[in-house]
Design a protein around this ligand. Structure first.
Ligand code: FMN
Length: 173
């Protein structure tokens, strides 16, 4: 059985060098596509202290989180997640790697023996350092090939999602 856990932030973001207001976060769009392709439930990581709408303010906060190795609090996720063998983990690339809220989640969730399918959205750096971080945080999980989609192309990612899910569908056969 599998579940999707993702973090995504709507409002202002940088798309092709311009600040644009997103009604729905890019990673959330990708999570929706994955969830409807494999009929899998999704859980969203929500920060207890909401992140700002402004892109510049957000960048400053994310840089502080990275510099000071902060662990932003998130609302608890369903207990049912604990029993899942396969986890799809979605996040945006923030400052070259995993958003600290995702790091915090992984530090609190036992991934031993789990299979993780990472997916991310980004604005040019793809996964950056995040796969390395993921392997370090989940040393006893099997990390599958990830899917990285540029935020501005997320609405056109159906084919990429379909191709990426081939490895998942083989596991489920
Ligand atoms: C605080 C912050 C830091 C970011 N840092 C990077 C980065 O280092 N590399 C990159 O390619 N994109 C970076 N981006 C762009 C996001 O990864 C990209 O817009 C992503 O699609 C946002 O996903 P979301 O809408 O689900 O939050 C950053 C965006 C924000 C808000």
């Amino acid at each position: 059985m599998s579940k999707i856990v993702y973090f995504s932030r709507k409002y202002e973001n940088l798309i092709n060098g311009k600040v644009v207001e997103l009604a729905k976060g890019n990673t959330e769009v990708l999570a929706d596509k994955i969830s409807s392709s494999i009929a899998c439930e999704q859980l969203k990581l929500q920060a207890v202290t909401s992140y700002p709408k402004s892109y510049t303010k957000m960048l400053e906060i994310a840089e502080n989180e990275k510099r000071d190795q902060l662990r932003p609090l998130f609302y608890g996720l369903e207990e049912s997640l604990i029993g899942e063998q396969i986890l799809f983990l979605g996040f945006p690339n923030w400052c070259g790697g995993l958003p600290k809220i995702v790091v915090h989640f992984l530090e609190n969730y036992n991934t031993k023996g789990k299979i993780i399918f990472p997916f991310c959205t980004h604005e040019g750096s793809a996964f950056g350092n995040s796969l390395f971080e993921l392997k370090t945080l989940c040393p006893h999980a099997k990390i599958m090939t990830g899917l990285a989609i540029r935020g501005s192309r997320v609405y056109k990612a159906d084919e990429a999602v379909k191709n990426w899910l081939v490895q998942y569908n083989k596991l489920e056969e």
